[in-house]
Design a protein around this ligand. Structure first.
Ligand SMILES: [Zn+2]
Length: 192
């Protein structure tokens, strides 16, 4: 195999909306532009990393508008509650409604696996979001927040900023990124 010249195009502006055109599928595992060493906010350019980002996902036979909707619905076993969560008008509402559902008995044991599975559907191989995630390279992903969530992310309020959060969401997304990367095949081999 000859070396493949990677063309790197400088973006025209600093803005890269989540629905921006992606670099071609040619990039061979490396980031197409130098990603930062860490991404500590899932806003702006990295809004697509947020569980609230619109990203239709089919999970458990239902199509959810966001990861948050799917995750909240996974808490319950009865279809009526799942549908109620599915039909919440926003992920914010789904999160709120999800606090009041009766949890499936094994929820605490399975919830991390479920979050992983939903994230893997969101960042599917060769999907736009999967490619955007790959383009973050080896950046440490941390959902910095001001809402005191030191479990899924890391709160940066004056009270919490000196005690780093557990960053469970960031770790799961980085895990999915590793899976995407290891599953990547050279584009020349996949089309034979
Ligand atoms: Zn805080």
């Amino acid at each position: 195999m000859g070396p493949k010249a990677l063309k790197r195009k400088a973006p025209d502006t600093n803005e890269m909306p989540a629905d921006a055109k992606l670099p071609g599928p040619e990039h061979a595992g490396g980031p197409s532009a130098s990603p930062p060493s860490e991404i500590t906010s899932f806003r702006g350019d990295y809004n697509f990393l947020s569980n609230f980002f619109h990203s239709p996902i089919v999970y458990d036979g239902l199509e959810f508008p966001t990861v948050e909707h799917a995750f909240q619905a996974a808490k319950c076993l009865d279809q009526a509650s799942k549908l109620k969560l599915l039909n919440c008008n926003s992920p914010t509402i789904a999160k709120r409604v999800g606090r009041k559902v009766s949890l499936r008995p094994d929820w605490e044991r399975v919830k991390m696996d479920i979050m992983h599975d939903i994230l893997a559907l969101k960042f599917a191989p060769n999907s736009q979001l999967g490619n955007l995630l790959l383009a973050t390279g080896n950046a440490e992903l941390i959902e910095g927040n001001a809402w005191h969530d030191n479990v899924w992310g890391s709160c940066v309020c004056p009270k919490h900023k000196n005690s780093p959060g557990q960053n469970k969401l960031g770790k799961l997304i980085m895990g999915v990124r590793d899976e995407l990367r290891s599953g990547e095949k050279p584009s020349s081999a996949s089309n034979v």
